[in-house]
Design a protein around this ligand. Structure first.
Ligand code: AMP
Ligand code: GLY
Length: 426
């Protein structure tokens, strides 16, 4: 079978890498892909939102399965388009992807299904929102309703910051339409964890736990990014909590979506705060986490392709997942300046040497080829990933690989995985 992977980041490279290992797969085609993906498949220069061109490619290449990485095409209906054209596609419909694309829709589903989450209120007028902030006080969390490329959330520790966030979203419209509606949310305290789960619309099969590192600098300092690194498993998610998350969050969500006539198939990503009262949902996403999946997939012993097909065919209930003992850590190497302005076109050296380190794989996130050289082309450039016998081992292997790689102004966090060590008492 030929498999088409839609996207061009580290998440899609990890997916293509795992899919290419399947004995059932004769070729992986990536659209648009990146230089790392070109080493394990064929890249075709079609953008993720060019649905007609993508389905024409699927037709021409006789693609057996299309796997969609990013949220943008999902929320714009790529799955609906492919299904209408008669192609097998992994990812939720636009109606189901609203779980990520509209935070107020997600809240409505959580309230209806009794899923634990932060208390919240929704506003379309800035004056009413500001009055609510004055009444509730800080800390308080301000969220633009729509997709804002990971930038629509402000955790405000004082009222002035909260009010400024309202003005930016609702009056200056810095997130465009995404900020037309705003949610004000109770601030949750605890440690965060991500659970990604496969679903076929009725069954749920959670993957191993993981933890992201959103702020750009060590010790969670500085502005939030798309994610500066991840590890799996996350010791904060004990076996008992894992079952509780499945029972109180994942299963009710999938059931609720089916009952509402918008069954959810694909990957459901639950971003959680493990609070003193138990796990609560911070957000749902409609796709694999990036960079979480880069730390999860290397631990998966199953062939990924039958699992993806079972999600599409409604037969997930017959499968189970098997995980490699040990741990995986991924460190994001970013362009200097990210998540603010940064330069691109810096020559990257040392990837082959990095991959000589024990257990290491380097996923490309923002790279391109220029004049036969590999250069930076995005904020998050590489996901330097390594397996290890345990979390300390995986951390050591991942940073040994990081040290082999060079590009001008490269920036990375040096503390990926430290929270796991603290929890493990190491
Ligand atoms: P999101 O884009 O929804 O993932 O939010 C980005 C980050 O903001 C999350 O990873 C959390 O660190 C933080 N956050 C979002 N909602 C809350 C909340 N209700 N309480 C505390 N922190 C939050
Ligand atoms: N790592 C956060 C996300 O994928 O949304």
């Amino acid at each position: 079978m030929k498999v088409l992977v839609v996207g061009s980041g580290g998440r899609e490279h990890a997916l293509a890498w795992k899919i290419a290992k399947s004995p059932d797969v004769e070729e992986v085609i990536c659209a648009p892909g990146n230089p790392g993906m070109a080493a394990m498949g064929r890249c075709v220069d079609i953008g993720v939102n060019e649905f007609a061109k993508l389905s024409a490619l699927a037709q021409h290449e006789e693609i057996g399965l299309t796997v969609v990485g990013p949220e943008d095409p999902l929320s714009k209906g790529i799955t609906d388009h492919f299904a209408q054209e008669g192609f097998m596609v992994f990812g939720p419909t636009a109606a189901a992807a609203r779980l990520e694309a509209s935070k107020s829709f997600a809240k409505e589903v959580m309230q209806r299904c009794g899923i634990p989450t932060a208390e919240s209120a929704e506003f379309t007028e800035s004056e009413a929102a500001i009055a609510y902030i004055r009444e509730k006080g800080a800390p308080i969390v301000i969220k633009a309703d729509g997709l804002a490329a990971g930038k629509g959330v402000t955790v405000a520790h004082d009222e002035d910051t909260a009010i400024e966030a309202i003005r930016m979203a609702m009056e200056s419209k810095v997130f465009g339409e995404a900020g037309h509606r705003v949610l004000l949310e109770e601030c949750l305290f605890g440690e965060e964890a991500s659970i990604l789960a496969f679903s076929d619309g009725s069954s749920v099969l959670p993957m191993a736990s993981s933890q992201d590192h959103k702020p750009v600098y060590d010790n969670d300092q500085g502005p939030n990014t798309g994610g500066m690194g991840a590890y799996s498993p996350a010791p904060v998610v004990t076996d008992e909590l894992f079952d509780e998350i499945s029972r109180t969050i994942l299963t009710p969500c999938i059931q609720g979506m089916a009952e509402a006539g918008t069954p959810y198939t694909g990957v459901l990503y639950a971003g959680l705060m493990i609070t003193e009262e138990g796990p609560k949902v911070i957000e749902f996403n409609c796709r694999f986490g990036d960079p979480e999946v880069q730390a999860v997939l290397p631990r998966m012993n199953n062939d990924l392709v039958p699992v993806l097909l079972a999600c599409c065919n409604g037969t997930l209930g017959t499968l189970s997942l098997d995980w490699e003992e040990g741990a995986c850590v991924t460190v994001v190497m970013a362009s200097g300046g990210y998540p603010g302005a940064y330069e691109t076109g810096k020559t990257i050296q040392g990837i082959a040497e990095a991959e000589q380190e024990i257990g290491a794989i380097v996923f490309h996130a923002g790279t391109k080829t220029a004049n036969d050289a590999l250069v930076t082309s995005g904020g998050r450039v590489l996901n330097v990933t390594a397996m290890g016998a345990d979390i300390p081992g995986a951390i050591a292997n991942a940073y040994a690989a990081v040290e082999r790689i060079r590009f001008e102004d490269a920036h990375y966090r040096t503390d990926i995985g430290q929270k796991a060590l603290a929890r493990l008492g190491k």
